[in-house]
Every structure is written in C-alpha cells, then in structure tokens.
Design a protein around this ligand. Structure first.
Ligand SMILES: Nc1ncnc2c1ncn2[C@@H]1O[C@H](COP(=O)(O)OP(=O)(O)O)[C@@H](O)[C@H]1O
Ligand SMILES: [Mg+2]
Length: 146
C-alpha cells in the first residue's frame, strides 16, 4: 500500500477506519492521520455571537482547536506505531472533503481510508456527505470502511 491517509473525525466509523487501516497495512507503509476543523465552526454566526462574551476568538485564533485535535491524533497514531514504518498527524481547517482530497495529493498517498459516516447521524444517511464527496472527486483509491 505504501502511503495511507486516514481521515479521522472522532466518530465510531472513523475509529473503525483507523483499525482497518492498521490491519491492512504493511510494515514498510507510512500512515498520515488527518482531522479537518470545519470552517463553519470558526466562522458560524453562533460562534461570532459568543465572541464578545467568552472571547472565543482568542481560542480559535490561538489555534488551540488545532492543538487539541493534534493531541488526539497523536494518541490515535500511537496505536499504529510499531505496525508501520512511519506515522504522521495533520490538522487542517476548511471544508473537510476538500482538505482530505488536498492532503491526499500533498502527501502523495496511495489510498485514502475513510469511515462511511460521521458522528451523530446514526442511520440517517447511507453515506456521509464528506465520504460521498471524497469518493466522487478523488483521483486516487478510496477505501470506505463499514
Ligand atoms: N472533519 C473531518 N476530518 C477528518 N475526517 C472526517 C471529517 N469529517 C468526516 N470525516 C471522515 O468522513 C467519514 C464520514 O463522515 P461524514 O461524511 O461527515 O458523515 P456524516 O454526514 O454522517 O457526518 C468519517 O468517518 C471520517 O472518516
Ligand atoms: Mg460529518
């Protein structure tokens, strides 16, 4: 497989994607774990409304969302250590599908491994919107874990 990108949003489906990624990998493979902070989280009117009150702007600007995500990802990456040659974590912000596709290119991965749904949408959709977009637009292999 060589280089694998795993899209992780903390959902059970993405946890399973990590598990399957590890089980499908070889010792000489490299694995990149990616979380995308959705742009609307930082830019929503709800967030803006709260800005003067709890100064959420400093939290967003100081990049502590990113740092928190990176911390979680490093724990996830640890579960792959010893099983693959190298692990990396990446945190981006923006549109999750776009950023997953971009990261796939940037890191030159051979396959993107992704869950079939995110959190909190139990049984509502057959396929998550992020996964749908990634599958339709990727110019490399995508493995959707069920
Ligand atoms: N913000 C994100 N960062 C990284 N991966 C994500 C993100 N959002 C979704 N994913 C990946 O896409 C999979 C499906 O999620 P998604 O398409 O958002 O489903 P839903 O519409 O049910 O939330 C997740 O299991 C995860 O692998
Ligand atoms: Mg989602």
């Amino acid at each position: 497989m060589k280089k694998i990108l795993v899209a992780y949003d903390g959902s059970d489906a993405s946890k399973k994607a990590v598990e399957v990624a590890i089980n499908c990998s070889k010792k000489e493979d490299e694995m990149v774990f990616l979380t995308v902070i959705p742009a609307e989280l930082a830019e929503s009117s709800f967030t803006k409304m709260l800005l003067p009150t709890i100064d959420l702007s400093s939290i967003v600007k100081s990049g502590s969302f990113k740092e928190k995500a990176a911390e979680t990802l490093r724990k996830v990456a640890k579960t792959a250590e010893g099983r693959v040659k190298k692990t990396e974590v990446a945190v981006e912000s923006g549109d999750p599908a776009d950023e997953i596709l971009l990261a796939g290119k940037k890191h030159g991965v051979d396959v993107i491994i992704i869950g079939y749904k995110g959190y909190g949408k139990e049984g509502r959709f057959l396929l998550g919107s992020v996964t749908d977009k990634v599958v339709r637009h990727a110019n490399r292999s995508v493995m959707v874990v069920r």
